[in-house]
Design a protein around this ligand. Structure first.
Ligand SMILES: Cc1cc2nc3c(=O)[nH]c(=O)nc-3n(C[C@H](O)[C@H](O)[C@H](O)COP(=O)(O)OP(=O)(O)OC[C@H]3O[C@@H](n4cnc5c(N)ncnc54)[C@H](O)[C@@H]3O)c2cc1C
Length: 163
């Protein structure tokens, strides 16, 4: 398991802050492991459901093959509020917050759980849970990530003076 501790204590947050940022964010960058050990990162939409991260996908493709072979995943989310400029380029500061989550991904097969995940995603992005138009639930894959570790890092000088 990776270390999951931000080195700088002044920028380090809690597990709860990390999960909260994941819940508040719109796009996650999902890392999986290819068959020859390369990291493979793609953007996804997702939702939190019962403490897990859920997303939907085509049933085939690189990320699904990676997950089937190796369930270890990493998800990153981040926000930036831009820069605090300075006359000296080296003293420019970037304000940001980000979270890194490590976990295990598994394909959800139970129809009720799949529907619950799709509804959570629809609620988050579309503000609706009306999935009555879905003709074939089996045509879409749903993946759930069980979180094993999470870290949060924030550098927001206006709120956290650094002296
Ligand atoms: C904002 C956003 C949200 C998204 N949300 C979802 C989601 O919720 N669920 C979902 O399944 N997909 C989502 N996608 C698409 C996702 O990023 C992948 O393109 C898609 O899931 C296919 O991935 P795959 O591993 O099956 O790729 P494959 O089709 O197997 O891809 C083959 C190759 O194409 C390249 N490739 C794949 N995807 C991308 C990409 N996004 N950008 C550049 N190159 C790529 C890679 O080199 C990869 O090895 C989203 C994309 C964006 C930009």
């Amino acid at each position: 398991m990776p270390l999951s501790i931000v080195r700088r204590p002044d920028r380090r947050g809690t597990f709860e802050e990390a999960v909260d940022l994941v819940a508040r964010s719109q796009i996650g960058h999902l890392g999986t492991v290819t068959d020859d050990g390369y990291p493979y990162v793609i953007p996804i939409f997702y939702a939190m459901l019962d403490g897990r991260i859920v997303f939907h996908s085509a049933r085939a493709g690189q990320k699904m093959a990676n997950i089937a072979r190796d369930s270890r995943v990493c998800l990153e989310v981040s926000h930036s509020a831009g820069f605090a400029p300075n006359e000296k380029l080296c003293d420019w500061e970037a304000r940001y917050e980000s979270a890194v989550v490590f976990g295990r991904a598994s394909v959800v097969t139970d129809p009720e759980s799949k529907m619950a995940a799709l509804q959570a995603i629809a609620r988050k992005y579309a503000g609706t849970t009306d999935y009555s138009t879905i003709k074939n639930l089996a045509s879409v894959a749903v993946v759930a990530i069980t979180i094993e570790a999470a870290s949060f890092k924030k550098y927001w000088p206006a709120e956290r003076p650094t002296n």
